[in-house]
Design a protein around this ligand. Structure first.
Ligand code: SF4
Ligand code: SF4
Length: 760
């Protein structure tokens, strides 16, 4: 007995010493990052909410269960280990007394049954994981495997470790049954089966086996404890902490304000010597960033849904986290060194790691390739999929911020857009005077706010740059205005006083230009007394609703599909004219995943007589990006397959007459893809993409005929400012400029930031 106790306790002390030392070291590394007081304050301020998040995300395994088979397997393993804590307690108790039973539980057979049930559940879980890993073998599947790039050797070791935990558990319990010291007389069905196998060996051998397998069980569990602190399975310890400090309700919607040394950066007072501008080196990440890196389970769910990765680009959100983590761990001794002398005395390979640029090409030995960060569309699929609430977009856009603000290194074709935003307030540089032109194309009055918004105005209609200036989006704008007028809704617009929300600048990383534009808009809106805003562009909607509060702009913001769906439900708009078409709806990322508006556009389509809706395979929370977000709309797509082509091919698979959406960016990107498919003969000439509002207008307002309001791909978009019958129809003279790239007088808008041309 004494030997069992000594061995058991010695193993325990050694394992806790090794694991504790490693965890302390990791904690110190994370503390070299920037402070994140806002995360601490958020947790301190909402104990009830945080407890409920832990209950649903960690205990309830909510995000794991988004994928049914691996989710159930993980839940079985996770819950199994929680229940099996009782068996660990029993094993330690048995070291001291062979007749040990847990106080209060005693010999209650239900517990013996539950322990065995979960032991078998864990076995079923790891067998499922093994099959999943064999079927997704990266050596065979290459990029298509979600485990491509993950440390698969460590994963197999963990599966083996878990198997050994269960195997030694059942073996020692079986031997206990045979020696008559098992705490539960009935119920432990799996242990009983093992006992039957061991019974022929006799009581004496079983007595020895009991000791051997109890010590083996403790050794495996303690070895596992040490192993996880050195492997991707660190997530077992870190995931609950990461979930606790993650953004609420998730890492989507607003991009976080730029912070330096824990405070929101004020550009007027910023000091280039002491302030941090985005992330230019690993220690510029906050401790929460380090926590994200350490928590990644390498499951590859994010990678498998990333439109950039799926279309052959170098960006994998998983590999971003792993590359940052590997670099942080290699540079750690440098980060932890207290003095210059200490740093100088470090081995050369550590000093070399410390000198690597965070973002740089392979030639420059960069940690993250520039093409990686510039491939991101900010679509949010990675954040939505991640079971441990990692905030990929924040990290990628923070790296962009440093590149843009400090290095001036970004895709050159986006320079025109940034310049136009700064000088003219819209990405195409058309200027404020053109913003109200669409109003003159309507046959009713649209009030333009001059000073205060009149008291009887229900909504301020935020038109957006595309909605005011880009020909395809202007058709949507006119359809929305027509519907609101038909429904008797009192609305007004800012007209020339509206300027870009700054979303493209912010997503590019140019926080300076974003702040400038956003502050100007907040001032305008506050002076006008804006309270309730309806926005047609999901990017404007997201900025106004989720980001402007960071600058003191607090408004109730809804998307036009939400308002129109409500007006239909209230009987203020009655779709009567049949639209006899098969329609597939494309979810804009910034409306759907970022802001959870999935139902209203679908409800509108349901109410239009004649419409037959067909969902694409990737829809709603799993919707696939059009390729325009994250300011990608203003960058060339040089690597891999075009994202809009990938999406349109999926749409074509549903055999649609029409594709609908609810975002001007998606309208342009998918319109261009349709044009390309028409050119290659893969899409019917009659296929069109229209906003849901336009479809509704065709049914409510028969004057908005399909021929007049169609957007037949990107090829027939008429000149901004030149188009438009009052019903949102095409240019009166029937003229069309290529891809909306021409201005009213036929000249090209200034700079390279014209609405993207149709590309093949
Ligand atoms: S936001 Fe979208 S494009 Fe960017 S890394 Fe995540 S999944 Fe990929
Ligand atoms: S970032 Fe999240 S989803 Fe992606 S591999 Fe890591 S844990 Fe999985």
């Amino acid at each position: 007995m004494a030997v069992r106790i000594i061995i058991g306790l010695a193993l325990t002390v050694a394992a806790f010493a090794f694991a504790g030392r490693r965890l302390w070291w990791l904690y110190r590394v994370a503390r070299t990052g920037q402070p994140a007081p806002e995360r601490v304050a958020a947790v301190r301020g909402h104990p009830g909410r945080d407890a409920s998040v832990e209950a649903t995300e960690v205990i309830g395994q909510r995000k794991l269960l988004q994928w049914t088979v691996p989710g159930v397997a993980h839940a079985l393993t996770f819950w199994g280990f929680i229940v099996l804590l009782l068996t660990i307690l029993e094993a330690y108790g048995d070291l001291f007394s062979r007749t040990f039973a847990i106080p209060w539980i005693g010999h209650w057979p239900v517990i013996g049954f539950i322990e065995d049930l979960f032991a078998v559940g864990v076995l079923a879980g790891i067998i499922t994981f093994a099959v999943i890993r064999l079927r997704n073998n990266p050596k065979r599947e290459g990029r298509d495997s979600r485990f491509s790039g993950s440390h698969t050797g460590a994963a197999w070791l963990v599966l083996l470790g878990i198997f050994l935990v269960i195997a030694t558990l059942l073996l020692y319990r079986g031997a206990q049954i045979n020696t008559g010291v098992f705490p539960y007389a009935h119920g432990a069905f799996a242990s009983q089966i093992v006992a039957n196998w061991l019974a022929p060996l006799g009581t004496g051998v079983n007595s020895v086996l009991e000791t051997v397998f109890i010590l083996a069980q403790l050794a495996v569990i303690l070895g596992f404890l040490v192993f996880i602190t050195y492997s991707k399975h660190l997530h077992i310890i870190l995931a609950p902490v990461n979930v606790l400090y993650s953004r609420r309700p998730d890492g989507l919607g607003a991009l976080q304000a730029m912070r330096s040394n824990g405070k929101v950066l004020d550009f007027e007072e910023a000091d280039p010597d002491t302030d941090v501008f985005g992330r230019g080196k690993i220690e510029d990440f906050t401790w929460k960033g380090f926590l994200d890196m350490g928590t990644c389970t390498e499951c590859g769910r994010c990678q498998s849904q990333c439109p950039a990765w799926v279309t052959g680009k170098p960006l994998s959100p998983k590999m971003v986290m792993l590359d940052l983590r590997d670099h942080a761990l290699k540079k750690a001794p440098y980060l932890l060194a207290a003095t210059d002398e200490e740093r100088e005395s470090l081995p050369d390979h550590i000093k070399a790691e410390a000198e690597r640029p965070l973002v740089g090409t392979a030639d420059a030995n960069g940690v993250i390739d520039p093409d990686v960060i510039w491939s991101c569309t900010n679509c949010g699929a990675c954040v939505h999929e991640c079971p441990v609430d990692i905030e990929h977009i924040d990290h990628i856009d923070d790296m962009r911020r440093y590149q843009v603000l400090i290095e001036s290194a970004f895709p050159i074709e986006a320079a025109g857009m940034l310049k136009n935003l700064e000088n003219k307030g819209d990405p195409w540089g058309m200027g404020e005077a053109r913003r109200a032109e669409w109003i003159s194309e309507l046959d009713f009055e649209v009030p333009v706010v001059d000073g205060k918004i009149p008291d009887d105005t229900e909504y301020l209609f935020w038109v957006g740059c595309a909605g005011a200036l880009e020909d395809r989006a202007r058709k949507t704008t006119k359809a929305i205005a027509t519907l609101l007028d038909t429904a008797g809704v009192k609305f007004a617009v800012l007209g020339p006083a509206e300027t870009c929300t700054g979303d493209p600048a912010r997503r590019m990383g140019n926080e300076f230009v974003f702040s400038m534009l956003a502050q100007q808009n907040v001032e305008t809106l506050n002076e006008a007394g804006a309270r309730t805003i309806v926005a047609s562009c999901p990017h404007c909607f997201n900025a106004l609703a989720n980001e402007y509060p960071q600058l003191g702009g607090n408004y109730q913001v809804i998307h036009h599909t939400q308002l129109l769906s409500r007006l239909v439900a209230e009987g203020k708009l009655t779709p009567v004219t049949p639209v006899d078409e098969k329609i597939t709806y494309h979810d804009p990322c910034f409306l759907g995943r970022h802001n959870k508006v999935f139902s209203p556009p679908r409800e509108i389509l349901e109410q239009v007589p004649g419409v037959r809706s067909q969902e694409m395979h990737r829809c709603k929370e799993r919707g696939f990006c059009c390729g325009a977000g994250g300011a990608r709309m203003w960058m060339e797509e040089r690597i891999g397959k075009r994202i809009n082509i990938e999406r349109i091919e999926e749409a074509l698979g549903t055999g649609p007459d029409t594709i609908s959406t609810a975002c001007p960016y998606c309208l342009v990107m998918l319109g261009d893809a349709i044009s390309a498919k028409k050119s290659s003969g893969e899409a019917s000439e009659s296929l069109e993409i229209v906003d849901v509002a336009t479809l509704l207008a065709r049914s409510v307002t028969p004057a908005v005929s399909p021929a007049a309001s169609a957007v037949p791909g990107g090829s027939a978009a008429s000149a901004p400012g030149a188009s438009g019958a009052p019903d949102g129809s095409a240019a009166p003279d029937g003229s069309a400029a290529p891809d909306g790239a021409a201005s009213a007088d036929g000249s090209a808008p200034p700079g390279p930031a014209a609405p993207p041309a149709a590309e093949t």
